[in-house]
Design a protein around this ligand. Structure first.
Ligand code: FES
Length: 164
């Protein structure tokens, strides 16, 4: 798949994400101001929810709701809708399997999705379902960019609401 465009995640930096690779990280409650009117820019990106840094963060980027997870220096972006039954993956726990692969475990029925391939690692035998992943780049300043095949056409509908 070809990713033609990388859009920045606004108001969220790499260092804001909970690092799931650090076992000593304790659950901290941090609230990001959600009541502020979202500033719409070309990326139409805003933080939707970040109630608890122990959990992944869900952002809206290119009109998609995407869960972000940090594991060490890696940031994984996955559509926030579990392919099994639509569960909110950003509320899932991150697990390192014995082969060192990093998985998100859906909070609803505990299916585990490999965050590098999207494949179901648990339960066995589900080869057709896959979590939808997006490539991520981070800049030296800690900006996070998510890759897409193109601009979502709904993005331009949303632009009609903007008054310049
Ligand atoms: S909805 Fe995610 S495992 Fe069922």
């Amino acid at each position: 798949m070809e990713y033609k465009i990388f859009l920045p995640v606004e108001k969220l930096k790499f260092s804001d994400l909970h690092d799931w690779s650090k076992k000593e990280n304790v659950c901290k409650t941090t609230t990001v101001k959600l009541s502020e009117p979202a500033v719409r820019d070309i990326s139409d990106t805003k933080i939707l929810k970040q109630e608890n840094l122990k959990k992944g963060t869900v952002v809206k980027c290119n009109d998609e709701e995407i869960a972000l997870f940090r594991h060490g220096q890696d940031v994984f972006a996955v559509r926030d809708k579990c392919p099994h039954g639509g569960g909110p993956l950003h509320l899932g726990e991150i697990e390192e399997l014995v082969d060192k692969s990093v998985c998100v475990r859906c909070p609803w029925h505990k299916w585990k999705f490999d965050l590098k391939t999207g494949q179901v690692r648990f339960p066995k035998g589900h080869k057709t379902e896959q979590a939808e992943l997006f490539p991520v780049k981070t800049t030296e300043e800690g900006k996070i960019l998510i890759g897409f095949e193109g601009i979502n056409p709904h993005f331009f509908n949303a632009m009609d609401d903007i008054h310049f």
